[in-house]
Design a binder for this molecule. Structure first.
Ligand code: CTP
Length: 410
């Protein structure tokens, strides 16, 4: 383990109640040895297993146990602690702490912090195997993992093994060295880079082009990839406007969503969001719209079905890439292809004038799926192929890549 990635970083450790709390003392030692600072919050039940004195001695900081302290003039200790931290680590994470955070309950310092923070939390669960496997706990863990944007949870463990209560199975807290490696990985994820102060506009979902008041042309885009990208950019601190066609998804935390239906509306909303530093156009814009939308419902007629006359929609991506002084510094498009991915993606890159194209192989039913295989094509000819991974992971990799781009000398 190289000390460099952790050195100078700030970890807020929440110690919950469980026999595994003693391992958190070792974790503090390892984190400090790697060069990071640690402050500890000890829950009331955590204090049944380790003393505030041990944690204070090992962290070199006072240990926080109370939400309200009479000598804390601002009564904002939880906010300050959350601002101070680069990463929050919950170890041991009890069923109680997981349940509170998953349901937005805040009744002590630890649970309030977990809701008040916009920092990522790494959870190291430790509990009796039956508790861990209980559907209520599993549902809460799933909820925690699904929160997008702020307060995105990462989990390590629990490990299988013999437990203090004599039972065997998943429930043991991960070993301190493994938790340290996970901390290192999370801090390295974005290379510690942020997009704070950057503005981004993201398009997502299909467009809906009306034929008459009850019918329309659309496609099967779920919007998942674009929503995940908006969430990932917000998570790195960007101010994100998400221009969304009709989809069944909630707006990610911290993202301003603008609903649109047609390509024309989407184009107007995107231009209204400029100037921006970053544009990621992931929407599946309908290529055509109906010329002369009927004002009333088109009825069946003896002469047979109506003939629809189509006109081409504006290319929103190409328009943004050629927006003159309003052009974002980085314009990213998608190429959804069923064949000849590289050739088609490269052709789109130059035709549309964008900087990067995320080439997306849709030959294998990507629409509505959670996994995605992509290759990033750069204007300078470089190419990066990413392993097949969840749409959330693709989004994070893209956001990290964007943050890295902005930290390179331009
Ligand atoms: N795009 C856009 N406006 C359009 C069509 C596409 O902004 N009217 C954007 C998409 O959001 C995506 C990229 O252009 O980022 C490529 O979309 P795709 O549908 O793959 O390309 P098309 O231009 O439709 O090309 P083709 O039909 O030849 O595949």
């Amino acid at each position: 383990m190289e000390a460099t990635r952790l050195s100078g970083r700030k970890i807020l450790l929440i110690v919950g109640g469980g026999i595994a709390a003693y391992k958190s003392l070792e974790l503090v030692r390892l984190i400090r040895k790697a060069g990071a600072q640690v402050q500890a919050v000890l829950t009331a039940s955590g204090a049944q297993f380790v003393t505030p004195m041990s944690l204070a001695a090992l962290t070199g900081h006072p240990v926080r146990q109370d939400l309200f302290l009479p000598d804390d003039e601002t009564a904002m200790g939880h906010i300050e602690l959350s601002r101070w931290a680069d990463l929050i680590v919950v170890a041991p994470a009890t069923a109680g702490l997981i349940g509170k955070a998953a349901n937005g309950l805040a009744d002590d310092l630890a649970s309030t912090l977990l809701i008040a923070t916009d920092k990522q939390a790494l959870w190291a669960p430790a509990m009796n195997v039956r508790m861990w496997l209980h559907p209520a706990v599993q549902a809460n863990v799933d909820r925690l993992k699904r929160f997008e944007g702020f307060h995105q949870a990462a989990l390590i463990g629990p490990d299988d093994g013999e437990m203090a209560c004599g039972e065997f199975g998943p429930g043991r807290m991960a070993e301190p060295a493994a938790i340290l490696a996970a901390i290192d990985g999370l801090l390295a994820g974005a290379g510690g880079r942020s997009l704070a102060g950057r503005k981004a506009v993201v398009t997502a979902g299909p467009t809906f082009e009306p034929i008459d008041p009850v019918r329309g042309l659309t496609n099967r885009s779920s919007g998942k990839q674009g929503y995940a990208i908006a969430a990932a950019l917000a998570r790195l601190g960007a101010e994100v406007t998400l221009v969304s066609g009709p989809v069944a998804l909630g707006a990610p935390t911290g993202v301003a969503r603008v609903w649109v239906e047609t390509a024309t509306e989407m184009q107007a909303a995107v231009h209204a969001a400029l100037p921006a530093d970053i544009a990621v156009m992931s929407a599946a814009v309908a290529d055509w719209r109906v010329d002369g939308v009927a004002s009333g419902k088109i009825k069946k007629a003896p002469g047979g079905p109506p003939t629809l006359s189509l006109i081409e929609n504006p290319d929103i991506l190409a328009g943004v890439a050629r927006a003159g002084p309003q052009r974002p510094a980085l314009v990213v498009g998608f190429a959804a292809e069923t064949a000849d991915l590289a050739a088609n993606a490269r052709a789109k890159l130059s035709r549309k004038g964008c900087d990067w194209i995320v080439g997306n192989d849709v030959s294998d039913d990507v629409f509505g799926n959670d996994a995605n295989a992509v290759t990033l094509f750069l204007k300078n000819g470089a190419e990066e192929t990413w392993p097949r991974q969840s749409k959330t992971a693709v989004a994070r990799a893209l956001a990290d890549r964007i943050a890295a781009h902005f930290s390179e000398p331009q």
